[in-house]
Design a binder for this molecule. Structure first.
Ligand code: AMP
Ligand code: MG
Length: 415
């Protein structure tokens, strides 16, 4: 067996061999979390008219150079009005925030700096400069200018921007159609009590939830029963999916048929195996524009390889420029010894301890120990060649979703 590819090598092979994302039009309401595929231009000026930003009196600033002075109130304008009244010499119009500035006026004195005198007069107590308390038409955005660029992720703020400019249909990148294919003979459903030698098919549910966290509603096939013909048949039937995720069956056992079936097909294997732990047997192949990822079956291995490989691949298919887990450097809180050979993604607890991050490794019983792994919110990257990482050294850590969801305080992890 030759030298295994390093993590960096397989990751760049992954990115080099992903298809381009494709676009579709969706209603604005369905576009949250998606990535914009085209530029969006303003269909109107913002503000669309000279907009008053204070409740008060619209005046001609030249009339109020000497204060206090009295002006005749000739009308009222509220937001939504198209002003009929114009402001003449020594006149004022009572006006509300958001209303268009009446003709003749060039500034607004806020109500707090005025005194109403009877029903027809207002006394202005302080002078104004032209334009005061008025947002001129197009001062925020000019009609025709680009307000959102392709590749921008649509979160609630962008949805607000799109709505401002009348974009009720939005061109976004398509979410991949994903299919999860469990493989093992030993698997029984979550509803069943495992017999001798059997285990519950937990990966199917976990991987589906990991897809859901990326905004992808994945289908799950029944387990293949480690049957070569079934594997080949299901592989053939799933041609139309954009993303195939095999769980298990990619190691070197006699019953690990996934890589054999893929290698026998028209698909092109880009890599199989990497110098990482967990996840050594990971497989990546392409069949036309279909992305195929084979993950080892041990639950922790499945989880980690999903985050390391499926996540960035799926993100790119969804139009993201990158999509790997965020990496930070952190101060190591406990020593870690390591058998050199493969880059080790050690479960860890990351927290923000100003001015930087601190990380504590978490001990588990290995690649099947999902219950202990659950306490982790990050993966400490122990370099392949390292034998020992000392307390206080600076290490690289990948933050899992849990870290961002729970926030820097990690309240949910208090023991
Ligand atoms: P494999 O990668 O197929 O060699 O699987 C390795 C081990 O992972 C198996 O022996 C099972 O204990 C476990 N495993 C495989 N598939 C699943 C699954 N769908 N859910 C939970 N555990 C699994
Ligand atoms: Mg298996």
């Amino acid at each position: 067996m030759g030298q295994l590819h390093t993590y960096d090598e397989v990751l760049s092979l992954l990115f080099q061999n992903l298809p381009k994302p494709t676009a579709e039009r969706v209603p604005l309401e369905a576009s949250a979390g998606r990535v914009l595929a085209t530029a969006v231009k303003a269909d109107l000026d913002l503000p669309p008219f000279d907009r008053v930003v204070m409740d008060g009196y619209a005046v001609c600033s030249a009339d109020v150079r000497t204060v206090p002075c009295r002006l005749r109130v000739v009308g009222d304008v509220v937001a939504g009005d198209s002003p009929e009244t114009s402001v003449g010499s020594n006149e004022a119009v009572r006006i509300m925030t958001g209303a268009p500035l009446p003709r003749g006026a060039d500034a607004v004195q806020m109500v707090e700096k005025t005194v109403q005198v009877g029903s027809e007069l207002v006394e202005i107590l302080e002078p104004l400069v032209p334009g005061e308390n008025v947002a001129p038409r197009a001062s925020e955005v000019q009609k025709g200018s680009v307000v959102l660029r392709p590749g921008e992720k649509l979160s609630s703020i962008e949805i607000g921007v799109l709505a401002t400019f009348g974009q009720h249909m939005v061109e976004v990148f398509r979410s991949p159609r994903a299919v999860i294919i469990p493989t093992g003979t030993e698997l029984v459903d979550v509803r069943d009590i495992p017999g001798p030698g059997e285990i519950r098919n937990s990966n199917a549910y976990m991987l589906k939830a990991q897809c859901a966290a990326l905004g992808i509603d994945a289908d799950v096939t029944p387990p293949l029963g480690d049957d070569r013909e079934r594997t080949a048949a299901v592989f053939e039937e799933s041609k139309s999916a954009d993303l195939l995720i095999f769980s298990g069956g990619v190691s070197m056992g006699d019953r690990d048929f996934v890589h054999m079936v893929i290698k026998d097909s028209e698909a092109r294997v880009v890599f199989h195996k990497a110098a990482i732990k967990p996840g050594k047997p990971v497989l990546f192949a392409r069949r036309a524009d279909q992305v195929i990822l084979g993950l080892p079956g041990n639950p922790v291995s499945s989880f980690v390889t999903f985050e390391l490989f499926v996540r960035p691949a799926a993100r790119v298919l969804c139009g993201w420029r990158r999509g790997g887990l965020p990496r930070v450097t952190a101060r190591l809180e406990a020593a870690v010894s390591h058998k050199p050979g493969r880059l080790f993604f050690k479960p860890a607890l990351l927290r923000f301890e100003g001015p930087g991050f601190a990380v504590t490794p978490i001990e588990t019983k290995g690649s099947a120990d999902l219950v202990a792994f659950r306490k982790a919110n990050s993966l400490l990257m122990v370099p392949a060649e390292a034998t020992q990482l000392e307390v206080g050294s600076t290490v690289e850590v990948m933050a899992l979703g849990a870290f961002w969801e729970e926030g820097f305080e990690n309240e949910a992890y208090a023991s």
